[in-house]
Design a protein around this ligand. Structure first.
Ligand code: PRP
Ligand code: ZN
Length: 288
């Protein structure tokens, strides 16, 4: 029987849908996972384990799951022996100090001798130590945001993404302790298993090409023949742009892949250089 690569993802939470979305973008067929804890991909030797996010680093450390997708915040809090392979660019959030709306805290010194409730006691204690501030840290595993209204703590330290949870609980963000996003982690023991290592490399290649594609766009435009040299200089294409003749002999069509973070700047420059009819379309995958 073929060995299967085991990948752990969050069962229910901010990262669940997007983690499965990333795998599906990599061409993996994964059935609806709603009620099941283990699901096999039908076209890849992969088993997806749906776990509580806080448990994922430990499962990966023990090589029960060979790899995992989890928030960097959880990996740093657990501080276990796993390798962070890659930041995945989704599930971005901050671990922030949040305080009741009516309060005012401008810097870390203002929390001296206060009580802070958090699910991230290790990260928070380290942060306090680094800043030479003494405060009491209370560890809570859920519903941290109600601690101030119950009088359990003065402030909280929790993940903030949209900020809705804070608003609903009449809290506001004061300052950030950590920026986080989803990461791919890997068991250090995986390298001892040749068959699994090959599957892992294959999956990682697919993940990388899918991430690259998400950050890129395919653009197409018409350019006057005279402007071609200038236009080519503006396009930071993957390799060389494609140039095609058009019915109008004075014009050429230019196609190229560009990175999204420069998309608007490049478009403006292209327009100024004489390009017209600029179209852009998303890319599903890039294999270099
Ligand atoms: C975090 C955090 C808040 C929520 C904040 O929970 O504990 O409840 O997200 O998001 P918002 O700013 O968009 O309202 P998470 O989904 O990571 O789950 P967990 O902490 O229960 O594992
Ligand atoms: Zn959690």
């Amino acid at each position: 029987m073929n060995k299967k690569l085991k990948l752990a993802v969050q069962k229910k939470g901010r990262l669940s849908e997007k983690s499965i979305g990333l795998l599906r973008n990599c061409g993996l067929e994964i059935e609806n996972f709603q009620e099941r804890l283990i699901v096999s991909a039908s076209n890849f030797n992969l088993e997806v384990l749906f776990l509580r996010d806080d448990d994922i680093p430990e499962y990966v450390q023990e090589n029960v799951a060979h790899i995992g997708i989890v928030g960097e915040n959880v990996v740093l809090e657990k501080n276990l022996d796993v390798e962070i392979v890659k930041k995945l660019g989704f599930g971005r959030c901050t671990l922030s100090l949040a305080i009741p709306e009516k309060n005012k805290v401008t810097n870390i010194q203002d929390i001296q001798n206060k009580t802070i409730a958090t699910s991230y006691p290790n990260i928070v204690r380290n942060y306090l130590n680094e800043n030479g501030v003494e405060a009491k840290v209370i560890e809570l595993n859920g519903s941290v945001e109600i601690a101030p209204s119950l009088g359990v703590a003065d402030y909280i330290c929790d993940l903030v993404s949209t900020g809705n949870t804070l608003k609903q609980n009449k809290l506001k963000k004061s300052f950030n302790i950590l920026n986080s996003q989803a990461v791919l982690i890997k068991s250090k023991k995986l390298d001892n298993y040749d068959e699994l290592k090959i599957l892992y490399r294959k999956l990682l290649d697919r993940i990388e090409s899918s991430l690259k594609a998400q950050k890129s766009k395919y653009i197409m435009m018409n350019v006057p023949k005279d402007s071609l040299k200038e236009i080519i200089k503006i396009i930071p294409s993957l390799k060389s742009p494609t140039i095609l003749p058009l019915a109008d002999e004075n014009l050429l069509a230019v196609h190229a892949v560009i990175f999204e973070d420069k998309f608007w700047e490049i478009n403006e420059e292209l327009k100024q250089a004489g390009a017209s009819g600029i179209l852009s379309i998303p890319i599903e995958n890039i294999i270099l």
